[in-house]
Design a binder for this molecule. Structure first.
Ligand code: ARG
Length: 595
């Protein structure tokens, strides 16, 4: 349903004014171009961009490559211009035309759409910003994927944060999303742990914290193995038994896996991250790996190297990776090949994303290539989303080994920071929980603020700061918006959108800025879907927070005696809050109501 009250416009493919009201203004501008220039509506539309220096929209005439002088063509468009319900003014700047949209109409169109899609959307959930681009399409996305019994390093944290964002993003764009956690729950290290568990294991410790205990055992037995080749042989034998499906050899391993997953689930929950399926390297069936190898052998792609079977990918500058070890056991690469095949059989995905550190670029390129060589047409539907390294994330206790250390430290650092402001601290309802939430927001924002591929150095001081573009600042901006209602109960409940005097907002440039920004949000989401970059959404959230903070002194609710005006302002801030919250949720952040 459309919330618009303005006259109907022609339809342009891939636009959706019922979800992005600024689309209508762009179409109106395009239509005006077609009235003077020999362009189709679509051609004209594709030339209407957001202005770079604060203008609403800009059209660069040269891009249309029309015959004649570009400056004259631009002047011709402006000639005889009369403002209408869509366009307020046109500024001519050589061969560029800057369009300013009708302020009162833009404000009411945008706000009413935000309000409608938040409170009365077809799904019953807040939908503003979402679109239907992925309707009927299935995405399988794999992220986090830590290794049981090894450390959860910051690379896994990045995969978790970026992956959760991407899963939310695809859902918001109408895709049917299946999220997988592909645990490192298989491999020789489990033979090693099994060997070591007899000596160092404790059922009690295991029940208390399986992740930590298995790690401890692993570290100890690893040390033994370094000085004693027999331990290694023992471990390899054990793993071979596991691969052969020996139930005795698998019994303990099953318990370890289950307890580790349980612990991980709790921690992901604190991070507001979910998985539809906890799969893992152990779940890849021997049959599919054998079948894949057989096919590769038959295609003449495999040769022998020191007893191992290897695939020659030199032609593609991808080396000569091993797919089967000398003793016949599988390795990481073999399992990825088998897993991909099984996933395609199970999900028939339209796209599958792997969120894995750029350190594994070669590994992913290798198995993508192998699948392509095997003739799977769906191999081109695989996408590796990579990211750079994080330096310097250590806690008071030293380097980070476990996810819960990071979470605890974030909460602790934030709690300490909040205690510095005694009055404010006293007013917080549940300071521990609140500081944990703000701390996690700080970690996430720092992680998603720049382009994925950049390395960055983690900084606890910056993470906990309420100043600058930080997580705490963003939460603060949301809390402040949420407090307007609490501080002005006499204005509540707000009347239905149609009875709110949004035209009274048109006199405030800051209100206009906020409304326009809100209008751009659906495009921010679309761009993120193309780039797979959370940073654009982070930038948007901060721009919005800044615009709101600039408006506080001029667009004042408290003390506004004209109730009609006061309600319109409150409506503006309420819509701003909804959109800020939507952007935060997309980034997997839980917006706080109080702090
Ligand atoms: N468990 C692996 C590691 O920690 C990451 C898994 C990435 N995903 C994959 N399909 N290979 O290095």
């Amino acid at each position: 349903m459309s919330t618009s009250t303005l006259p109907a416009l022609p339809v342009v493919p891939e636009t959706d004014p019922s979800r992005a009201s600024l689309d209508s203004f762009r179409i109106a501008i395009a239509k005006r171009l077609t009235e003077t220039l020999p362009l189709s509506l679509e051609q004209a539309f594709s030339g209407v961009d957001y202005g770079k220096k604060g203008e609403d929209f800009t059209v660069a005439i040269p891009r249309f490559r029309l015959p004649g002088k570009v400056d004259e063509i631009a002047a011709k468009v402006k000639e005889g211009f009369q403002p209408d319900e869509w366009i307020e003014s046109i500024v001519l700047d050589k061969s560029f035309l800057h369009f300013r949209v009708n302020t009162a109409n833009m404000i009411s169109e945008v706000l009413n759409q935000v309000d409608y899609l938040t409170h009365s959307s077809p799904s019953g959930k807040p939908e503003y910003g979402s679109n239907e681009l992925g309707r009927g399409k299935k995405l399988v996305i794999e992220y986090s994927s830590p290794n049981i019994a090894k450390s959860f390093h910051v690379g896994h944290l990045r995969s978790t944060i970026i992956g959760a964002f991407l899963a939310n993003l695809y859902k918001a764009c109408g895709w049917d999303v299946v999220s997988l956690n592909y645990l490192g729950d298989w491999g020789t290290q489990f033979g090693l742990i099994a060997t070591g568990f007899e000596k160092y294991g404790s059922q009690e410790e295991l029940q208390k914290d399986a992740i930590k205990h298995l790690f401890d055992v692993y570290v100890k037995v690893n040390k033994d193995a370094e000085g004693n080749a027999e331990v290694k042989v023992e471990a390899a034998k054990w793993f071979k038994r596991m691969e052969d499906g020996d139930d005795d050899a698998l019994k303990n391993w099953r318990v370890w896996r289950e307890l580790s997953v349980k612990k991980y689930e709790e921690e992901y929950d604190r991070l507001n991250v979910k998985f539809d399926v906890y799969t893992g390297e152990s779940k890849v069936s021997k049959e599919s790996m054998d079948k894949a190898q057989k096919q590769l052998e038959e295609m003449g792609l495999v040769s022998e190297s020191q007893g191992a079977r290897v695939v020659d990918l030199e032609k593609y500058k991808l080396g000569t990776p091993i797919i089967r070890k000398k003793d016949g056991t599988s390795i990481y690469l073999t399992r990825d090949i088998g897993a991909a095949i099984e996933r395609y059989e199970e999900y028939k995905f339209d796209k599958m994303i792997y969120v894995v550190s750029s350190q594994q670029d070669l590994h992913l390129a290798q198995f993508f290539k192998i699948l392509e060589l095997m003739g799977f047409t769906w191999a081109k539907k695989l996408l590796h989303i990579n990211y750079g390294l994080v330096q310097g994330m250590s806690t008071r206790k030293g380097t980070v080994v476990f996810l819960d250390q990071i979470i605890k430290e974030a909460g602790f650092v934030m709690h300490e920071q909040m205690q510095k402001n005694e009055d404010k601290y006293a007013a917080v309802e549940d300071p521990e929980k609140t500081s944990l939430e703000i701390g996690i927001t700080g970690v996430k924002i720092q992680d998603m603020a720049a382009k994925r591929i950049n390395n960055y150095t983690f900084n606890w001081d910056r993470m906990k700061s309420f100043e600058g573009d930080t997580g705490p600042y963003l939460q603060y901006a949301h809390v402040r918006l949420a407090s307007i209602g609490r501080k002005n109960p006499h204005l509540l409940p707000l009347p239905p959108a149609s009875q709110i005097a949004t035209d009274t907002l048109a006199q405030y440039p800051h209100a206009r800025d906020i409304a326009f920004l809100l209008g751009t949000y659906p495009d921010v989401v679309k761009v993120a879907l193309k780039t797979h970059e959370p940073s654009g959404v982070v930038t948007f959230a901060f721009r919005l927070a800044h615009a709101i903070s600039s408006a506080w002194d001029t667009v004042v609710v408290k003390g506004e005696e004209d109730l009609e005006k006061a309600r319109a302002k409150m409506y503006l801030y309420e819509c701003a809050r909804e959109v800020l919250a939507a952007a935060m949720r997309l980034l997997s952040i839980r917006p706080l109501e109080r702090m």
